[in-house]
Write a new protein. Structure first.
Length: 106
């Protein structure tokens, strides 16, 4: 006997995030007062959507990225300012600068 429930949507969870409700944020409150919501990045129909539940506005869904492949690429990229300088060696938790000359610090 076939089930009477709804078919699966086919969404894939990319990762969990913390986000703001854009409707609550429209009034431009100070950032410290803006409510932070749990949400997920979902891949649906070959696009990435940000979904979160707001107690005041319900489910809020916005387009986050038009391509899951580009998002994965961008998430792997690290800004040069966050990488240790070439004179530094890293341990598991810190970067130690070995050069006594003026220049980038770790």
């Amino acid at each position: 006997m076939p089930g009477t429930g709804q078919p699966l949507r086919g969404d894939r969870i990319h990762r969990s995030v913390t986000a703001f409700c854009p409707r609550c944020h429209e009034t431009n409150p100070p950032l410290a007062q803006a409510r932070r919501l749990s949400g997920v990045l979902l891949i649906r129909d070959d696009r990435v959507w940000l979904e979160r539940g707001c107690p005041d506005h319900g489910l809020v869904r916005t387009l986050y990225d038009e391509s899951p492949e580009i998002l994965r690429y961008l998430e792997q990229w690290q800004a040069p300012t966050k990488q240790p300088a070439s004179c530094c060696r890293t341990s598991s938790s810190t970067a130690i600068c070995a050069a006594p000359v003026p220049g980038p610090t770790c």
